[in-house]
Design a protein around this ligand. Structure first.
Ligand code: ACO
Length: 328
């Protein structure tokens, strides 16, 4: 059995930035409310781009870091809830655009836990010895399903893409070492996008009713997210005999700084050991965790040998955590 290792990581955010001041200009909200309730100061959003464009750029940066051509990739998994189209998959669009001539792949819908789900899925192909190069991408264009008149939701989300390359690790004890993933479909009630699928195909009526936008009962989701993300992170520590001193970084899904703080508290670690970029990107759904990895690795804060705990909670409900000993 091979242990999968992350051998490269890349991140892409579109150029356009929406600051909290922008929302103050037309909504009954304030920078102070947004920062204290969420930790978000600005978010990047697309202009004439779709999820595959974000994913392609992230994939190219990842492969460039590894110094290999796309023709060496065996499998592409794109975690997203905002695919360019229902079909073909975003993975197929990425495969064509980057020239991954011998790869197959698919999209995976796990919302904010999508990257953790995709990592667990891609890892199985390495563990089984089936493949040696799996590209796991988290990419979302949340602005495409956000109602910018809804102050409860529009301040939360941003667009972005990030990717990692999974390969068989070269050293025991390093790499993607353990994971737990969970799901409870009762979450449909408080967090969903009602229309556009087979339950409510697009009609003038569904558009008029705003059913193609994110619906979220934020307070209800907050309560379960705090518990779910913290419990999964603590479970992964316990399973691997990790004390708070052993953990170099918590890499949390970036939905709300208060949820992140609660998770760090439960793990017994200080905020100085928590990767944060929610202030600059908001919630980019499947892209948050790999974008943190990319940024902290690029500036030297994430180092080989670091024990890191990834944790997420999102629509479904979906949630989980993973233990990685960083190997590059
Ligand atoms: N500006 C000013 N006031 C606002 C704003 C705003 N942008 N938005 C809401 N308010 C008001 C509300 O109307 C409410 O007023 P009321 O008391 O008069 O009714 C008040 O502020 C408090 O609202 P709450 O909803 O209680 O605010 P809360 O502290 O819960 O924060 C938030 C809201 C940020 C959405 C929080 O609940 C949250 O982060 N929830 C979890 C999000 C999450 O993790 N989602 C999962 C991932 S997303 C996915 O999977 C796609």
């Amino acid at each position: 059995m091979k242990t999968p290792a992350i051998t490269a990581v890349g991140h892409y955010a579109p150029d356009k930035i929406l600051t909290n001041a922008y929302f103050e200009s037309y909504l009954d909200t304030s920078d102070e409310w947004i920062v204290t309730r969420t930790g978000i100061r600005e978010r990047h959003v697309v202009e004439n781009q779709a999820t595959s464009d974000l994913a392609v750029e992230a994939a190219r940066r990842t492969l460039a870091m590894r110094g290999i051509g796309a023709d060496q990739v065996d499998l592409i998994i794109v975690a997203t809830v905002t695919p360019d189209m229902f079909f073909p998959s975003t993975a197929a669009l990425v495969q064509n655009r980057i020239g991954a001539s011998r790869a197959w792949g698919f999209d995976l819908s796990g919302a904010c836990s999508g990257f953790l789900y995709a990592l667990a899925t891609g890892a199985q192909f390495i563990i089984a010895g089936t493949y040696s190069k799996v590209l796991v991408i988290g990419a979302d264009t949340m602005s495409s399903i956000t109602d910018y008149r809804d102050r409860n939701n529009c301040i939360l989300f941003g667009d972005g893409g990030a990717a990692v390359l999974l390969e068989p690790g070269d050293e025991p004890g390093y790499g993607y070492l353990d994971w737990v993933n969970y799901m409870d479909g009762c979450g449909e009630e408080t967090l969903h996008m009602k229309a556009g699928g087979s339950r409510h195909p697009a009609t003038h009526e569904t558009v008029d009713k705003g059913w193609h936008y994110i619906y979220q009962d934020g307070k209800s989701v907050f309560k379960v997210a705090v518990i779910g993300m913290a419990e999964a992170a603590v479970e992964i520590m316990r399973r691997n005999n990790l004390s708070s001193d052993d953990v170099a970084w918590l890499v949390p899904h970036q939905a709300n700084l208060r949820i992140i703080q609660a998770t760090a508290d439960r793990m017994g670690i200080g905020m100085d050991k928590v990767m944060i970029n929610i202030d600059r990107y908001g919630n980019t759904t499947a892209a948050t965790i790999p974008s943190c990895l990319a940024e902290y690795y690029a500036d030297g804060r994430l180092k080989r040998g670091d024990n890191i705990v990834l944790a997420a909670f999102g629509a479904g409900y979906t949630w989980g955590a993973a233990y990685v000993r960083w190997s590059i």
